[in-house]
Design a binder for this molecule. Sequence first.
Ligand code: UD1
Length: 419
Amino acid sequence: MDKLVVQGGRPLRGDIAVSGAKNSALPALAACLLTEETVTLERIPGVRDILTMQQLLEYTGATVTPSNGHLEVTTRGPLNPEAPYDLVKTMRASSLILGPLVARHGSARVSMPGGCAIGARPIDLHLMGLERLGAEIRQEHGYIEASASRGLTGGRIYFDKITVTGTEDLMMAATLAKGDTILENAAREPEVVDLAELLTKMGAVIEGAGTSVIRVRGVEALHGARHAIIPDRIEAGTYAIAAAITGGELVIRNCRPGHLGALIQKLWQAGVHVEELDACTMRVSATPTLRAQDMSTEEYPGFATDLQAQYMAMMTRADGISIIRETIFENRFMHVLELVRMGASIRIDGRQAIVAGSRKLTGAPVIASDLRASASLLLAAMAAEGETVIDRVYHLDRGYERIEEKLAGVGAVVERITD
Ligand code: UD1
C-alpha cells in the first residue's frame, strides 16, 4: 500500500490548478448509458473512482475510449444491466447506474452497497423513487433487482432527506419515462446542475435543476453530446485551506469561487484573505493569526461535508475554541484521533467536535480512513513540524488527481512511497 511522506512547516506559494469534479464526472459517465450514441466528456479527472465507473460501464457493455484528454462513451448493442459486488463495494456511487439502466433497458441488477467508513449510507430513496416511477424492486442475495418491462412512467417524488446521488439517479431515470416527473426536496448541488446541463444537451427536457423542485418531461430517446465537467469545488476548497493552514498564499486556477460561498465566508471570518480574481480564479492569503469559527455542515449551498475534515485541520491552528457539527453523515470524524496523534486537541460529543485551537502540530505516523479524512491529514502534515507518514493513501487517490505533484509545484515536500 502506498504511503505519503510529508516534511511539514513550509508555506505553500504559487499557482495551482483544479481538475474536473469527480462528483460531477461520475453521474455524467452513468448518463452515457441513457443513449446508444456517443457522448464525449471533457475534463474527466484521472482518479480511481472514475476508473471504477469506467469498469462498471464496460461491464454493462459500453465502449469507453480516451481521446485527447477526453472520454468517449458509446453504449450500442445489447446491455448487460448489472453492477457486480466487486465494483460496487469499492465505490458507493455505483448506484448511479441503477436509474439509467432501468430507464433504457427496462431492468437492472445492482449489488447492494455495504456500510462504509463514514456511515450506513443506504440507497432506500433511490429505490423509493424508482418504485414511484413504476419499477418493481426486489432484493435478493445481496443484489437489488429493478424492472420496468413496459418502461417507466413519470410521477411525483418527494425526498424526505436530501440526497445528491439519489436526485441524480432519479433525474436520469425520469428523462426516458413516459410523461412528467417532479422531484421535490431535490439536492441543489452544482453537480446536479452540471448533470442537468449534460442531459439537456442529450435532448432531455429538465427545469429547475439547482432549486429544490426539478421537473423532467420524459422523451422517447436521448442522443449523443459533448460536455465539459465543472471544476472540482472540493479540490479547490482543499487548496484554499492548504494556503491558510501553511501560512502561505495560493492562486487557485480553473475553479468556480461561486460554488464555494460557504467556505469563503468561513475563511473570511477566520481572518484569511480571499480574493476572487475572476470567475475561475481566486487568491487565498493566510493570516498570521487564524480566528476560531464554529461551523456546521449543510446541504448545498451550506458548508460541504466533504470539506469538514479539512476545515477541522485548519481550526486546530486557530486562536480559540471552535465547534464543528456534522449533520450529513453520522460517522464522519474518523480523522479526529489521527489529528490528535499529531498534537491537536479535539473532543467528540455526538455529532459535534470541539476543537481547542492554537496547538502546535507535530509530524507522526497516521492512517487515512476515507477520502476527505486523508486530505485533512495531508493538510495537517504540511502545517506540522517535522515528518508525517500517511498510510493507506489509496483513499486519497479515489478523489484527488496528481495531488502530491500539484502540491509539490507550490512548495510542499511530499513523497510517495510505493510498497
Ligand atoms: C454525495 C457525494 C459525497 C458527499 C455527499 C453529501 C457523490 C458521488 N458523492 O454522496 O461526496 O459527501 O453527496 O454531500 O456525489 N441517504 C439516505 N437514503 C438514501 C440516500 C441517502 O438515507 O437513499 C442519506 C445518507 O445516508 C446521508 C444523507 O442522506 O446521511 C446524504 O447522502 P447523499 O446526499 O445521498 O450522499 P451521496 O449522494 O452518497
